[in-house]
Design a protein around this ligand. Structure first.
Ligand SMILES: [Zn+2]
Length: 355
């Protein structure tokens, strides 16, 4: 908020200095090496310097609209093989026209380039850490922590709203869904409730157990929400595929949230009667072996229903995975590799009432 007060004060001074009739100019907006003047689109990199391990560069695009408005951050590719979400955000960089935008959009299309290039799911192969679990990061930590620290400083702290994009990873057969995190701040929660409805994915997970400490926020969206910035996370895509339906769900959802935030012209729509998920029950394998799914993502299961099984390396069944509760299969492992302790599936328990 202080930023806007200062900005307005600067504009006021500028108008006074230039006298009547002169048009106030907004300054350029820079993130990393990308600097965009009003009405411009610029690309560059957030340079993460070498520390205890190698340096890395995170691509960034800044689109400063011709008209003033809020700052919206779009972040994708913390998991570099969740391809549909990365491709969707790439398309937004190309398609968004600064002339039509009110406000500024800061876009990180691919946070985890080592994961993307080496086709390593879930983690940054440089330090073995998930790039969505170490926020707000550390200036002197490993590469993931240093990158997270710079994203916190340069993107999260300077935005007003944030959307974090994910999807089913290489080994995840996942249903599109969004997360609505309840923070207890009524105003903020109402705003994010509206944002997930505007985004339009038809399954929405209610999350109420995220960290409240901004210095131990772990997740990117929690890093924003613990700093008073409404944030949502969205997921679409699965198992290494880039399907048009998934990409379009993410791009159309983003454009509609921008309409809701008055950053694009037009009326925002809102999905009616989505499936609200009250709780996720993760199912974990108790054996190493070969996994066979018995249901698809999106299948509704009763408690005790078999969702898959694990065999030994000779084909003998050694473990059966049965639903711990009734609900919808949000995702199920899509590959035969199954290690003891790894996730077999997520079953989402349907909320009794819409929040
Ligand atoms: Zn992810």
């Amino acid at each position: 908020m202080l930023r806007f007060i200062l900005q307005k004060a600067t504009v006021l001074v500028a108008v006074l200095c230039m006298g009547a009739g002169a048009q106030a100019q907004r300054g350029s907006f820079a993130v990393g090496t990308a600097t965009a003047a009003p009405g411009q689109k610029a690309t560059g990199f957030i340079e993460v310097p070498a520390g205890v391990d190698a340096a890395t560069s995170i691509p960034v695009a800044v689109i400063q609209g011709a008209k003033p408005g809020p700052v919206l951050a779009l972040v994708s590719g913390s998991h570099g093989t969740e391809y549909a979400s990365i491709i969707a955000v790439e398309k937004l960089i190309q398609s968004l026209d600064p002339a039509k935008v009110a406000g500024t959009i800061v876009i990180l299309p691919l946070v985890n380039i080592p994961s993307f290039l080496q086709k390593v799911p879930h983690v940054n192969p440089v330090d073995g850490k998930s790039m969505n679990r170490f926020y707000p990061g550390k200036q002197d930590g490993t590469q993931t922590e240093r990158a997270s620290w710079l994203i916190t400083k340069q993107v999260v702290e300077r935005c007003d709203y944030l959307i974090d994009y994910h999807g089913g990873d290489l080994d995840e057969n996942l249903l599109p869904y969004s997360y609505w995190s309840k923070t207890g701040n009524q105003k903020q929660d109402t705003m994010t409730h509206d944002m997930v409805l505007a985004f339009g994915l038809d399954h929405i997970i209610i999350v109420a157990d995220r960290p409240a400490d901004p210095n131990a926020s772990r997740y990117l969206d929690s890093t924003a929400s613990t700093r008073g910035k409404p944030a949502i996370a969205v997921e679409a895509g699965h198992a290494g595929t880039v399907e048009t339906d998934d990409v379009e769900a993410l791009t159309n959802g983003t454009l509609n949230v921008m309409r809701y935030l008055k950053m694009l012209p037009g009326e925002a729509s809102a999905i009616e009667h989505p499936v609200w998920i009250a709780k996720i029950d993760p199912m974990v394998s108790d054996k190493d072996g070969i996994f066979y799914p018995a249901v698809q993502r999106g299948t509704y299961v009763e408690q005790g229903m078999r969702v898959g099984y694990v065999t030994d390396y000779f084909g003998n069944t050694i473990s059966e995975a049965r639903a711990p509760s009734a609900g919808v299969v949000l995702y199920i492992c899509s590959v035969p590799s199954m290690k003891k302790g790894d996730t077999v599936a997520y079953v989402g328990e349907i909320a009794a009432n819409a929040p």
